[in-house]
Design a protein around this ligand. Structure first.
Ligand code: DGL
Length: 268
């Protein structure tokens, strides 16, 4: 049981930031990663489409013997988490939002102004606002930042051109005078430095990849599901493989990896 892999999925390769953080925190764990590159971006899709794709992937991961499933995608976590939970039974399902909410229960966030940036699907769902307000009294403001994910995926980060776009979004009056900013998208850890720089380090930037990895570790410990064997195996699967995905995968996972194609939607 404990040697079964952790299943992680995302709309594409951005979720490799979460997979990387999980690998760092849990270096003995076997991992199967599935990126739905055939259907990205999820952030631009309807809730129905995101649920449909996510459920198929979750079932695939379960069939591949995963002991838990981590929905690494913020858009899928926002609109498909409950749906997957009620349709895929017997293994724990985790998302990337609840670990953040748990973290925000800390007193220091009470009566503060918290910003959220993410895809259209994530921001439209209002999930952060609903979940945070159910826990603490604070002001939640959010902004759709749809250009950021494709920009990062094309390798535009740590550059003047990316700073111009980041600045344009963060100057939006919605985000005026925030105390903290939640990076509610798989891709944004790669521009964390630039975001911090924009705020002269005066705004706390909350990175869901690290918080999620810590949370998953605690859950596995609690359930006695940690893998004790060394030499873990990693499998990185995408539903549509291109050279450009292979290239970008390396900077999201911070090391060279081989992606394999498995189009689970193909009729046999
Ligand atoms: N993985 C998505 C998310 O975290 C970003 C890319 C997409 O829109 O598919 O919301």
């Amino acid at each position: 049981m404990s040697s079964q892999p952790i299943g992680i999925f995302d709309s594409g390769i951005g979720g490799l930031t979460i997979a990387h953080a999980i690998k760092q925190k849990l270096p003995n764990e076997n991992i199967i990663y599935f990126g739905d590159t055939k259907h990205l971006p999820y952030g631009e899709k309807s809730n129905e489409a995101i649920k449909h794709y996510s459920l198929k992937i979750a079932k695939f991961l379960k069939e591949n013997n995963c002991k838990i499933i981590v929905i690494a995608c913020n858009s899928a976590s926002s609109v498909a988490y409950e749906f997957i939970k009620s349709n895929v039974s017997s293994i724990p399902i985790y998302n990337v939002i609840d670990p953040i909410i748990k973290n925000l229960s800390n007193k220091k966030y009470i009566n503060k102004k918290i910003g959220v940036i993410g895809t259209k699907a994530t921001i439209k769902s209002n999930i952060y606002q609903k979940k945070i307000e159910a826990k603490i009294t604070s002001q939640i403001v959010s902004l759709e930042t749809p250009l950021l994910a494709p920009m990062i995926e094309e390798g535009f980060f740590n550059q003047d051109i990316s700073m111009t776009i980041i600045k344009k979004y963060l100057e939006n009056k919605n985000l005026n005078k925030i105390d903290s900013l939640i990076l509610a998208c798989t891709h944004y850890p790669l521009i964390k430095k630039q975001i911090k720089k924009f705020y002269d380090n005066n705004v706390e930037v909350i990175d869901s990849s690290i918080i999620t990895a810590n949370y998953i570790k605690k859950q596995l410990e609690k359930k006695g599901m940690l893998n004790i064997n060394k030499k873990p195996t990693y499998s990185f699967i995408v539903s549509n493989l291109t050279k450009s995905f292979s290239k970008s995968a390396t900077f999201f996972f911070k090391e060279k990896i081989i992606l394999n194609e498995n189009d689970i939607w193909k009729e046999i």
